[in-house]
Write a protein that binds this ligand. Structure first.
Ligand code: FES
Length: 101
């Protein structure tokens, strides 16, 4: 990950939330979306599954589906419409299909 793509300018008085993304610890603020938190911690959200190019979401409102991430072993979520929560284990890499692990 490179330099953060986003810079927080809102109040820092909300509760701090900690989660991991691809095993990396991330600190965020309660009320932020996963996308905002992850782009505040790095220069992209995920890599395109086809060409490996960095992706950072597009619409930021749940329509384009450019921000899919996985939470835990099998929950797929849009990072732009999913709020952060303590202890989330986020992955930007799809889980292997059953029987292929
Ligand atoms: S950025 Fe478009 S659905 Fe999340």
């Amino acid at each position: 990950m490179g330099s953060p793509l986003l810079l927080r300018i809102a109040s820092f008085e909300t509760k701090q939330v900690r989660f991991t993304c691809d095993g990396r610890p991330i600190a965020a603020r309660q009320g932020e979306s996963l996308l905002a938190a992850l782009l505040s911690a790095g220069d992209h959200l995920r890599r395109h599954e086809g060409n490996g190019e960095p992706r950072a979401g597009f619409c930021l409102m749940g329509a384009c589906q450019d921000c899919w991430v996985w939470i835990g072993p099998d929950r797929r979520a849009r990072a732009c419409t999913t709020p952060v929560a303590d202890g989330l284990q986020v992955s930007t890499i799809p889980p292997a299909p059953a029987g292929f692990a």
